[in-house]
Design a protein around this ligand. Structure first.
Ligand code: NAD
Ligand code: TDX
Length: 330
C-alpha cells in the first residue's frame, strides 16, 4: 500500500486529484493532505474522506521545515505530489515576494525533507513537482512549447514556479532524488477558485455583472479539463522516468474571447440566463500573449491521451457551477 503526501490538496487541482485517487485506488492507498488553507483552499472539498481511515488532513505550511520533518518522520511516505503554491498571476504582480517564498523556498523545503527522510534509499520513491506551461514564457503566433523549450518566465508567478522547477531538477542531478516534473497548461473544472478566468466569467454571468476581459481578449490559452491533467499525473507517477519533464496539454487552443463566448452561449441556451455584456478592462502587466502545448512525449512514451474535449469539459464545468452556486460564495 502506497502513502501519498499531497500538498495543496484543498485547492482546485489538488482536491480533484484526491477524489480521482480515492475513486481509482479505493482502499489501496493512504493519503496525507498538507494544506495551509489559504484564501482558495477549502478543507470541505475533500472532507468526505476524513473518517475513511485512508485519508488524513494536516493544516500546515510548506515553509515550516520542522513540520515537514515531523510528517516524514511519523509516516512512511512513498510519493510526494507537490501542488501547494500561490497560483494566481494577478496576485503575484502585487506580492511577488510572497510567491517566491512559497513557490521557491517552500518547494526547496519539501525537496530537502524528502531527501533527508529517504536517506538515499530512493527505490520505489517518487517526488512529483507540478509545474506549469507558464515557465516557458510566451509564444509568437505559431509554434508550441516542447520539453526542451528554454524556461523564460515573464511574471512573478511564473518566475517563482520556474524557480521551484529548477530546484526540483537540482535535487535530481545533485542528490539523485527521484524527481519528476510535469508542466501542464490551463486547467478548468469543478472547485476552481472564482478569481480565475473561467469561474470568474461564470460568476459574473450568474450575477448579471459585466465580464471583465483583459486587453483585446485575443490572448491564447491551451485549456485542459482537470481530470485529463489528473490521469496524466497518475501516468507519470506510475511510469515516468526520474529526472524527466513531461508536458501536459490539450489538442485545442482558444482566445479568451472564444472561451467567454462559448460559456455565454451555453448559459443562455441551456440555462436560460440573460447574459451580461463584456467589459474590456486594462490589460494585465506583462500579459503573456500565447501558450500552446506539445504533449507528444507523454503520449508517445507513456501512452497518455486527452479524453475530454473543450466542448464536453466546458459543459461539465458549467453544470457543476450551476449546481454548486454556494461554492462561489467563499
Ligand atoms: P489553487 O490556488 O487552487 O490551490 C493551491 C493550494 O495550495 C490551496 O489549497 C492553498 O491553500 C495551498 N497552499 C498555498 N500556499 C501553501 C503553503 N505555503 N503551504 C501549504 N499549502 C499551501 O491552485 P491550483 O490551480 O489547484 O494549482 C495547483 C498547482 O498546479 C500549483 O502548483 C500551480 O502552479 C499548478 N498548475 C496550475 C494550473 C492551473 O491552470 N490551475 C496549471 C498548471 C499548473
Ligand atoms: O477576469 C479576467 N479576465 C481575463 O481576460 C481574468 C481573471 C483573466 N483574464 C485572462 C488572462 C489570461 O489571458 O484570461 C486568461 C486566463 O487567466 P487566468 O485564469 O488568470 O490564468 P493564467 O494567467 O493563464 O494562469 C493559469 O494557467 C497556468 C493559472 O492561474 C496558473 O496557476 C497556471 O499555472
Amino acid at each position: 500500500m502506497k502513502t501519498y503526501l499531497i500538498t495543496g490538496g484543498a485547492g482546485f487541482i489538488g482536491s480533484n486529484y484526491i477524489h480521482y485517487l480515492m475513486e481509482k485506488y479505493k482502499g489501496d492507498i493512504r493519503i496525507i493532505n498538507l494544506d495551509a488553507l489559504t484564501y482558495c483552499g477549502r478543507r470541505e472539498n475533500v472532507s468526505c474522506y476524513e473518517d475513511s481511515g485512508a485519508y488524513e488532513f494536516i493544516k500546515g505550511d510548506i515553509c515550516e521545515e520542522v513540520l515537514l520533518e515531523r510528517i516524514f518522520r511519523e509516516n512512511t511516505i512513498d510519493y510526494v505530489v507537490h501542488f501547494a503554491a500561490h497560483s494566481h498571476v494577478d496576485r503575484s504582480i502585487g506580492s511577488p515576494r510572497e510567491f517566491a517564498l512559497v513557490n521557491v523556498c517552500g518547494t526547496l523545503n519539501l525537496l530537502d525533507a524528502a531527501r533527508k527522510a529517504w536517506e538515499d534509499d530512493y527505490k520505489q520513491k517518487r517526488f512529483l513537482y507540478i509545474s506549469t506551461d507558464e515557465v516557458y514564457g510566451e509564444l509568437p503566433a505559431t509554434g508550441k512549447f516542447t520539453e526542451t523549450t528554454p524556461l523564460s518566465p515573464r511574471n512573478p508567478y511564473s518566475a517563482s514556479k520556474a524557480g521551484g522547477d529548477h530546484m526540483a531538477r537540482a535535487y535530481y542531478e545533485t542528490y539523485g532524488l527521484p524527481v519528476l516534473v510535469t508542466r501542464c497548461s490551463n486547467n478548468y473544472g469543478p472547485y476552481q477558485y472564482k478569481e480565475k478566468f473561467i469561474p470568474n466569467c461564470i460568476l459574473n454571468c450568474q450575477l448579471t455583472k459585466p465580464v471583465p476581459i483583459y486587453g483585446d481578449g485575443l490572448n491564447v490559452r491551451n485549456w485542459l479539463y482537470v481530470t485529463d491533467h489528473l490521469s496524466a499525473i497518475d501516468t507519470v507517477l506510475q511510469g515516468g522516468k526520474p529526472g524527466e519533464v513531461y508536458n501536459i496539454g490539450a489538442a485545442e487552443d482558444y482566445t479568451n474571447l472564444e472561451v467567454v463566448k462559448r460559456i455565454m452561449d451555453i448559459l443562455s441556451q441551456d440555462y436560460h440566463l440573460v447574459v451580461p455584456p463584456l467589459i474590456f478592462v486594462e490589460d494585465r502587466k506583462g500579459h503573456d500573449r500565447r501558450y500552446s502545448m506539445d504533449s507528444s512525449k507523454l503520449q508517445r512514451e507513456l501512452g497518455w491521451k486527452q479524453k475530454v474535449s473543450f466542448e464536453e469539459g466546458i459543459r461539465k464545468t458549467l453544470h457543476w457551477y450551476m449546481k454548486n452556486k454556494s461554492f462561489m460564495l467563499m
